[in-house]
Design a protein around this ligand. Structure first.
Ligand SMILES: [Ca+2]
Ligand SMILES: [Ca+2]
Length: 460
């Protein structure tokens, strides 16, 4: 008998900004207008590998303990050594009868040895029926990339097929070849638009004059309110702005392949009669700074890096709606689990978004969440430059405590681009309230302690 449970197509871009959606008309027509767009989606650690560990397990970083992209404090081997692969969204759904596939990026440094040297691997983690994961960093070199295709390492030349196009083909074949009545889960994680933002030759002439966005925080003129690590940064030079502009245009070109992939997969779902019973999610593992507050790259607490896009369409989801609740990458695994009728393990910190995808969402929702950062000596310079911090965000405030003792507080209603740190003039009651929320959140659900659950700490 046919299984009535819905299919899940989960698309995870790499370093995509929420504002990039404005340049993606196919995604607008096929996903945004057909479903719910979240206006306040965040990641709780804005760096690739930690965020992907969170997406796979539904936990805050301090609870999965994969802090960075590189071993020993992060990376694939850290996730592997902790045994995390034995319980992920893939194992939960697979055990419940879902047919599963991962396509694209798994975890940073998968396909490298523990010293970071190239070491192609045929390892396929539990829970995945089919496996098409890149080897190494950024999926390869300018000339080629290697993919572990179900235990066989295959080299593809970029001159023959762009990586996102290959992923689209793999996903389409999987969708078409999975028998009707067998629910499937596609975890589709293209490189786009991550640096170096490889794009297909057919998109080379697009966006040649598109200007770099310049929000009011762009190249912030006065950083005297900011902590030392930001004050140390000079204003961006015209040469740097030019480089960022070129990078921005390359990113938009790379995202055109993602646009076409979405269209191709929606068409395949429609042609096979599966579209009406498939949830499609589009999000990113983190955002990025393209000059905001003089910054580039990611990892800091200012909004452009922890803010991501999040769009969901599917059975029963209202069309063309928006939701402004605070939603997190922690919530993705429990949401997918709830669609599959699976109860997630007790270690999960996030909560299912399913109640927000009805026409009458609940009146109460989390009122705060944690954004966290630890630097380690082995990490990239842009990560090392940011002192350790823990931050609490509410609908109105962003409060950051650094390991240096420095503090920041932004009133997001009065100052949505975080230009003026008001910590020193904020009322003591507000400071105390935010500090109490932060203190509870930064240890929430810590194993082996009596710390309160993260859900409770978020609800306040
Ligand atoms: Ca990323
Ligand atoms: Ca300022």
């Amino acid at each position: 008998m046919a299984d009535p449970r819905p299919n899940i197509l989960f698309i995870l871009a790499d370093d995509m900004k929420a504002a990039d959606l404005e340049h993606m008309p196919k995604v607008q027509g096929l996903l945004v207008e057909q479903g719910v767009r979240f206006t306040r989606p965040w990641v709780t650690r804005s760096l690739c590998c930690p965020s992907r560990a969170t997406i796979l397990r539904g936990q805050y970083t301090h609870n999965h303990d994969v802090w960075v992209n590189v071993e020993p404090s992060g990376g694939f081997w850290n996730f592997f050594d902790q045994g995390h692969e034995s319980s992920t969204i893939a194992t939960w759904l697979n055990a419940a009868g879902y047919r599963t596939i991962l396509i694209g990026k798994y975890l940073n440094r998968y396909g490298l040895d523990r010293n970071g040297n190239r070491s192609p691997t045929t390892h396929v983690p539990p829970g995945w029926d089919r496996w098409h994961a890149w080897q190494g960093i950024y999926g390869g070199t300018d000339a080629s990339y290697e993919i572990n295709e179900n235990g066989r390492i295959v080299t593809h030349r970029r001159s023959e097929i762009h990586d996102t196009d290959l992923h689209a083909r793999t996903a389409e074949e999987f969708i078409r070849n999975t028998a009707s009545g067998v629910p499937f889960f596609v975890y589709l994680a293209p490189n786009a638009p991550h640096d170096p933002a490889y794009f297909a030759p057919r998109h080379a002439n697009l966006f040649t004059n598109t200007p770099l966005p310049r929000p009011s925080s762009f190249n912030e003129a006065d950083v005297s309110d900011k902590p030392q690590w930001v004050r140390n940064k000079p204003r961006l030079s015209s040469r740097q702005v030019s480089t960022l502009t070129q990078f921005y245009r390359k990113r938009l070109r790379a995202l055109q392949s993602l646009e076409e992939m979405v269209e191709r997969l929606v068409n395949a779902l429609r042609a096979t009669g599966k579209l009406s019973n498939t949830y499609i999610v589009l999000t990113s593992d983190n955002g990025i700074y393209l000059g905001e507050h003089r910054l580039q790259a990611k990892g800091a607490a200012y909004n452009a890096s922890p803010r991501v896009p999040l769009v969901i369409r599917g059975p029963g989801v209202p069309r063309g709606a928006t939701r402004s609740q605070l939603v997190l990458n922690n919530d993705l695994a429990p949401t997918l689990a709830s669609w599959a009728g699976v109860r997630p393990p007790g270690f999960v910190d996030g909560r299912s978004l399913a109640p927000l995808l009805t026409s009458s969402p609940p009146a109460t929702w989390r009122t705060a969440f944690l954004v966290e950062h630890r630097r380690t000596p082995e990490e990239f310079a842009y990560v090392r430059a940011i002192p350790n911090y823990s931050a609490v965000r509410t609908a109105r405030y962003n409060y950051v405590e650094y390991g240096t003792g420095e503090k920041e507080l932004y009133d997001l209603e009065a100052d949505p681009t975080e230009l003026t740190n008001i910590f020193n003039r904020a009322p003591q009651t507000l400071r105390s309230e935010l500090k109490a929320r932060l203190d509870a959140l930064k240890i929430c659900a810590r194993a082996g302690t009596s710390a309160t659950s993260c859900k409770r700490a978020e609800d306040g």
